[in-house]
Design a protein. Structure first.
Length: 366
């Protein structure tokens, strides 16, 4: 069974970033600041009850305050249903033989539309439900005005970078002041407004909730976590990747950042998703040990030998070979069995691919 994130492993967009960028003046910078704050809460100070990906809960009041609606979120989804090369083909091939579940932090407006283009049925989708129009009717103009004013303030505060190696005692005075400003807004001002309900009820599928969705999907078919091919690329995926890795399943990072790479066993760096289909097929047919052996001896000859033994399905092998054959022959993408001694180098290479495939701005988000 495949349990995969959506944005990153299959599509290039970050829908939340795009709706902020297009719907709010200065929205791109506003989103980047809140995304860094999300990383800080989830991974650095580990705020109680806070999950990676709760950015989508934090920005929900902003979207309402700036009068964005379901129609706008859906329009942006339709404009940005941009699939990575080979995505549609890879998903179609995998769905011939296996169950493919999409477990995404993104809002339902994006996931439901874009995944339908890949033929994934709604019963195989787990994502963040956000009935924005229903909430908007309950918010006063006064509360909207207040949130817009504070959003302008957050947009002007100095930006800060957070990664998994950041330590609280190493933060600059300027960064501490920025975080305190944002803390005050989200945890003191907003709960005293009509937006309290939005903050409490919008529960993004990230972190623990993603892991729980993986378990729920597996239970439907009566299989254990060791049989999951779990795919992710970011901070919202680290718990489901780590859980799968610890259980002996395939935890695959596709152009992941440091949060994904540090919690996976296989890292893929590619501009084409057919490599994912090949590795998942091999795992489903032969188990993790065979995937480990291949990735430790990663070359075209090893892939050919496995296919010759009947361990890789013909349609997947054929499409994979076609995808990576150019005028100079076959050029397969980097794939790494992640170990402590190659972790730093793999993170650096993966982040390069991440920015190349998704764009520098989206690729830099946690």
């Amino acid at each position: 069974m495949i349990n995969s994130d959506w944005e990153g492993p299959w599509v290039t967009a970050d829908h939340a970033f795009d709706i902020m960028r297009r719907g709010i003046d200065g929205g791109a910078r506003l989103f980047e600041t809140i995304s860094a704050y999300d990383d800080y809460l989830a991974y650095i100070v580990k705020k109680k009850g806070y999950e990676p990906g709760n950015t989508l809960s934090l920005i929900a009041p902003l979207l309402i305050a700036f009068d964005l609606d379901d129609k706008f979120l859906t329009t942006v989804a339709k404009d940005n249903a941009n699939f990575i090369n080979g995505s549609i083909e890879a998903i179609s091939l995998l769905r011939r033989y296996y169950t493919v579940n999409i477990i995404s932090t993104s809002y339902n407006q994006y996931v439901n539309y874009s995944s339908s283009l890949a033929g994934i049925p709604v019963e195989n989708i787990y994502c963040t439900e956000f009935p924005i129009d229903e909430y908007a009717h309950e918010i006063s103009d006064e509360d909207k005005h207040l949130v817009r004013e504070i959003a302008d303030i957050i947009t002007t505060i100095p930006q800060f970078d957070i990664d998994m190696d950041t330590r609280v005692n190493e933060l600059s005075e300027e960064t501490v002041e920025s975080i305190q400003t944002i803390d005050h807004f989200f945890w003191e001002i907003l709960p005293a407004t009509g937006f309290a309900k939005v903050l409490n009820e919008v529960k993004p599928i990230g972190g623990t909730r993603k892991y729980e969705a993986v378990i729920q999907a597996l239970e439907k078919e009566g299989v254990g976590l060791n049989r999951s091919a779990t795919i992710g690329d970011s901070i919202t995926d680290w718990k489901m990747l780590k859980g799968t890795k610890d259980a002996g399943g395939l935890a695959l990072s596709f152009n992941g950042n440091e949060y994904a790479i540090s919690n996976c066993n296989v890292a893929v760096m590619s501009d084409n998703c057919l490599i994912t289909a090949l590795l998942v097929d091999l795992f489903e047919k032969c188990g993790l040990d065979t995937v480990r052996e291949l990735t430790l001896n990663w070359n075209w000859s090893s892939i050919e030998k496995l296919h010759g033994k009947g361990l890789i399905k013909d349609p997947i092998y054929t499409e994979f070979k076609h995808a990576y054959t150019g005028t100079d022959g076959i050029d397969i993408p980097p794939v790494v069995w992640v170990m402590p001694q190659n972790l730093k180098k793999t993170i650096e290479l993966s982040k390069q691919y991440r920015k190349s495939v998704r764009g520098a701005r989206i690729g830099s988000l946690g």
